[in-house]
Ligand binder design. Structure first.
Ligand code: C5P
Length: 235
């Protein structure tokens, strides 16, 4: 997956809308993120259709189960040829190592990148403290999970661009940060609370950016995609 290109979050309710959107990018190779909703509806046939158009896929399913189940599931996902997959770091080091083994066993070519989700951005400090029983601020837990992810041998984490620098400090420059919550200075924030522009994210240590609504809901998605790509890659 080319880090110079944004990963477009394909948050559409059905495949027809996905393909109508992608038709605006004829002949262009894109990085796309497919989440649970579209994957559960369209399965591997949907992934194959995106790949047939030349697109690289981040399959955002956030696996979290016992190590054996995750290992077997990851072997199947690797065989689909997706470029990036993820797990919940809360599943633990052993589960993450099992995920990695599964991907290695199931890949025919390059192993998909494996990243983890630390704390969901929808989790408040209060929820984390009271429901999960983890004390302190969210960033402390994010860093702890990022270090665990690194110790398990994974490639990186999904995080806020505001956390990327602290994660790089804790886990090293090579540890990849994949950051949603990206907006151009001119676009609306939607429901994202803590946002950065693509160039700010690049300066803050993001390795990949995930962008959804600013591109998918734009009046001219292609023009906005090009603006975001230029701002991101500095070209
Ligand atoms: O439309 P928008 O650019 O806000 O979309 C961002 C994408 O990244 C969505 O698919 C959202 O679910 C995802 N995401 C996020 N924050 C996280 C993890 C994933 O916004 N912490």
């Amino acid at each position: 997956m080319d880090p110079k290109k944004p990963i477009i979050a394909l948050d559409f309710p059905n495949q027809e809308e996905v393909f109508a959107f992608l038709d605006q990018f004829q002949g262009q190779q894109l990085n796309v993120k497919v989440g649970m909703e579209l994957f559960y509806a369209g399965g591997t046939a949907f992934l194959n259709a995106l790949q047939a158009r030349g697109h690289d896929i981040f399959l955002d399913l956030k696996l979290h189960d016992i190590p054996n189940t995750v290992e077997r599931a990851m072997a199947i996902l690797a065989s689909t040829g997706v470029a990036m997959v993820n797990v919940h770091a809360a599943g633990g080091k052993e589960m993450m190592q099992a995920a990695l083994r599964g991907l290695e066993a199931g890949s025919t070519g390059k192993r998909p990148m494996l990243i983890s989700v630390t704390q969901l951005t929808s989790t408040s400090t209060e929820q984390m403290n009271e429901e999960q029983g983890i004390p302190g601020e969210v960033l402390g837990s994010v860093l702890r999970y990022a270090k665990l992810t690194k110790a398990a041998g994974l490639d990186g984490v999904v995080c806020s661009p505001l956390e990327a620098a602290a994660i790089k400090d804790a886990c090293g420059e090579d540890f990849q940060t994949i950051t949603p919550g990206i907006r151009l200075a001119t676009s609306i924030a939607d429901d994202q609370k803590r946002i950065m522009t693509p160039s700010q994210a690049a300066q803050s240590g993001s390795d990949y950016i995930v962008v959804g609504r600013p591109i998918t809901q734009a009046d001219n998605s292609k023009v906005t995609y090009d603006q975001i790509t230029t701002d991101w890659s500095g070209q």
